[in-house]
Design a protein around this ligand. Structure first.
Ligand SMILES: C[S@@+](CC[C@H](N)C(=O)[O-])C[C@H]1O[C@@H](n2cnc3c(N)ncnc32)[C@H](O)[C@@H]1O
Length: 276
């Protein structure tokens, strides 16, 4: 038996931030409805965003409800297919399929912040590129980079469940990634393309470290930004040394593209990787 928490959203709530608080409180799954969020937990939690209602639910019910809501998602030539739909989803010529079991990590491809990154990745990736995915969640972006032909991919996340999910999903897709626990300062080398789908406050805090991970002329794809806050994040990234070169918007979310100068050099003494 698990418990279900139903939380109505008000006009001022940012669903992404509220969902992140539910994940942080230990949610097993979070489903976004038009004006509400539903989260499932093993037991009732104190530190959830207030104002919702709790109910009991048999485990098989929430897993089925959550899975039923996940359809394949297309972005360009990438189709993200939940593993349980893979057998019944034919792969068309030219399509890149990512088979994904989100488990307890973020990144099924349904959120605009992920879709924006998948779009930018397809437009900007070149075969010789080394890619760094900061906040890999399910590994969706890192796996997409591998299937699209990146030369080497490192993926980091501060959540151990995300590291496990990324490793499992990478195996299921037959790709090799360097996945470890940590964040931008723990990245091992500089990257031609850095993907960072994070919360806006995290992007502000991590701006210098993200830019530091870029190789000369490297491109940072920063997502997870509500459009009304995009200018503030762009200012932080520019101040950290990467010039704004593009922005795309979808469903009230923005992805920001910032490029390092050709003279850019990585800090020669970065903080060593703390955990693996
Ligand atoms: C919005 S999800 C993005 C998941 C996936 N990359 C995608 O695009 O769908 C953000 C992820 O960043 C991780 N995260 C949060 N703060 C972080 C930080 N400071 N450094 C690295 N990862 C972080 C979270 O655990 C979560 O898995």
């Amino acid at each position: 038996m698990s418990v279900r928490y139903h939380l109505e959203l008000t006009g001022g709530d940012d669903p992404e931030i509220v969902a992140a608080r539910l994940w942080t409180a230990g949610a097993l799954g979070v489903q976004e409805l038009p004006d509400a969020l539903v989260a499932w937990f093993e037991t009732r939690q104190q530190d959830v965003p207030p104002g919702g209602t709790w109910s009991q639910q048999p485990d098989e019910d929430w897993l089925a409800t959550w899975r039923e809501g996940l359809e394949p998602v297309r972005v360009g030539r990438v189709l993200v297919v939940p593993t349980w739909l893979a057998a019944t989803t034919p792969q068309l010529e030219g399509e890149v399929h990512i088979e994904l079991d989100p488990g307890m990590a973020f990144g099924s491809g349904h959120h605009a912040t992920t879709r924006l990154c998948l779009g930018a990745l397809q437009d900007e990736l070149a075969p010789q590129h080394r890619v760094l995915d900061v906040g890999c969640g399910t590994g969706i972006l890192a796996i997409a980079a591998a299937l699209l032909g990146a030369a080497a991919i490192e993926a980091v996340d501060v959540d151990p469940d995300a590291v496990v999910a990324t490793r499992r999903n990478a195996r299921a897709n037959g790709v090799e990634l360097d996945v470890h626990l940590g964040s931008a300062p723990d990245a091992q080398g500089s990257a031609d393309l850095v993907l960072a789908n994070l919360l806006t406050p995290t992007l502000h805090t991590l701006a210098p470290a993200l830019v530091d991970c870029l190789a000369p002329d490297g491109l940072l794809v920063a997502s997870g930004v509500a459009s009304e806050r995009a200018a503030g994040v762009a200012t932080a990234l520019t101040a950290a040394g990467a010039a704004a070169v593009g922005r795309r918007d979808e469903d009230g979310w923005s992805v920001l593209l910032h490029r390092a100068p050709s003279s850019h050099d990585r800090d020669p003494d970065p903080t060593p990787r703390s955990t693996s």
